[in-house]
Each structure stands twice: as C-alpha cells, then as structure tokens.
Design a protein around this ligand. Structure first.
Ligand SMILES: [Zn+2]
Length: 297
C-alpha cells in the first residue's frame, strides 16, 4: 500500500501531501516530467521512444548529452516499484543540468507502463497474461520468457542498436547495489569482479548499501535484465535495489534521491569505456537454486 492509499483509508487530509506528490505519479505524469526536463535543456536533451510496448502508451525516455560512450539508466521493470521511477527522474534532471563528460545517457524511468499505473509488479502481455518483466530475458541458466513482453524485447533491441557500454537498472527495495552473476549458479564471479566491486563502491559512497554478486546478496533469478546485458553484450551492468520499502513515502524518496543520484553518476563515470570482452558464462548452472527465486525484489 502506498502513502496515498493509506491516507485515503485513514481518512486523513490529502492537502498535507506536498505539491510534487511523488508517490501518486501516473505514467502521464512521468511523461510530463521528462518533457519538462527536455524543455529546460533543449540543446542537451531529446526525447525518444522504444519500439513497442503491450501498453497503448509508448515507452518514453530522455537522451542526455552527446558524448561517445553510451550509458543507460532504466527503472521500473516492476510496476509497483515507483520509488525507482522517482530516482530515475531525479537522475535525469540532475544529469541534464550537469552533463556527464564524454557520455550520452539514455534514461527510461518506466519500462512496465501498465504495471506502473496499476502499481503491480507484473506487466500484461498481448494475451492478457501477467508476466514478471525481469524474468523475461534470455539467460545462461534459463528464463521465464524469453520475450513474452514487447517492452523487454524493445529494451533488448535498444541496448544492441545503441551499443550501450554501461547500465544501471533501478528497483526497490533491498538496500543493495549488486553485479553479475545473479543467476542460478554457485560460480558467481565473472572475470571482472574487481572492476564490478569498484563500480559498486563508487555507487554506494553515500548510501553505504551492501554490495556483492547478485545471487549471494539476494537470491538467484534467471531471466533478469542485468545479467542479460552483461552476458549478451559485456555491458557494465549494475542492479540498484533502492531503499527499504516498495511503498516509500515522499520523505523516504527524498532521502533515496539524495544518497543514490550522486552514486549512479559516479558509477557511470567510473565505468570502463568499452564493454567487457569476455562476457560468456563459463560456470555450471545449479537449477535447485532457481527454486529460491522469491520474486519480491
Ligand atoms: Zn524489482
């Protein structure tokens, strides 16, 4: 339950909510926020859309800067995780006002539009079946997909077309920043654990969130975007699990912004300029670990 629902149930005055009312934003409000940033920085930003979505709406993003290294910040694979949307919007505003030198950053605040407006984790596919978007990518140890959803396929096509080098995918709510592998294996380390640790350390300087391999810090989850991006393309791919709740208050969101937006920027700037050359998974899958996937992150 979000703060808005709680106040309705308790019969409290809604007037007390601040004007920005972040907890209650709709997808129309997300688009308006991106258009506002674009309007304030017309030289350095432009709006773009992904190819397709199962929603009637198009997935809107903001391209920020013109540097040669292409970066991605994507939020809200899980529609109920509106806190991640707010961090993406705050990051977009911050990056547009203070460009990342030598980078072009693509910010997609909401991937799962129908889930976001309904505040549900899953997204409805073309057949009306609810799918977990962050289990819908191909992966070396399995997937619940692949690509039942147009949104996930569109994002996969996008990172390939744009030659994305580094990415941050934003969720709620463990306080962690983690890196591959997050799949069903006991062979958790890539060849680049030292680099990934440096990126995670840069990301958590202010937040002091826990860092580590995704599977060891949380649990195995096959078919997730963050592993796909590294496995398929060698993208320096980090998963941010922000805050402590799927229902943060506006005040909680302000804190999450303050301690994470600078960290996302530092992580993107600390990333190598070329993708990792050795990104195949060479370990062994342990499918028993897959049964521990709680689907709550
Ligand atoms: Zn999530």
């Amino acid at each position: 339950m979000n703060g808005f629902m709680l106040k309705v149930l308790l019969g409290l005055s809604l007037v007390a909510l601040p004007a920005h009312a972040q907890t209650n934003r709709t997808y129309a409000g997300v688009k308006a926020a991106l258009q506002k940033i674009n309007g304030e920085h017309p030289q350095d930003t432009s709006l773009f859309t992904l190819n397709a979505s199962d929603s009637k709406d198009q997935i809107l993003g903001l391209k920020i800067g013109n540097g040669p290294q292409k970066s991605l910040v994507v939020a809200t694979h899980h529609g109920n995780e509106y806190g991640s949307t707010e961090i993406a919007l705050a990051f977009a505003a911050s990056a547009a006002a203070d460009l990342l030198p030598s980078q072009t950053v693509f910010v997609i605040p909401v991937l799962n539009i129908s889930g976001y407006d309904a505040r549900t984790r899953e997204e409805r596919d073309a057949k009306g079946i609810y799918r977990d978007p962050n289990r819908d990518y191909p992966g070396p140890c399995g997937t619940e997909g692949p690509f039942h959803l147009k949104s996930t396929k569109s994002l996969a096509d996008f990172i390939e077309r744009e030659h994305i080098v580094n990415s941050a995918t934003l969720h709620t709510a463990f306080p962690t920043v983690v890196y591959p592998w997050g799949i069903a294996t006991r062979d958790l380390d890539t060849e680049y654990t030292d680099t990934f640790r440096q990126l995670a350390t840069a990301a958590t300087e202010d937040s002091h969130y826990q860092i580590g391999n995704s599977t060891s810090v949380m649990y195995a989850a096959d078919g997730a975007f963050e592993d796909y991006a590294f496995w398929k393309h060698g993208i320096w791919s980090m998963l941010f699990e922000l805050g402590f709740s799927h229902s943060p208050s506006d005040r909680d969101i302000d804190t999450m912004v303050r301690i994470n937006v600078p960290g996302i920027r530092r992580m993107l700037l600390a990333s190598p300029v070329m993708p990792a050359p050795h990104h195949a998974f060479t370990g062994a899958c342990d499918m028993r670990l897959g049964s521990y996937d709680r689907h709550d992150e």
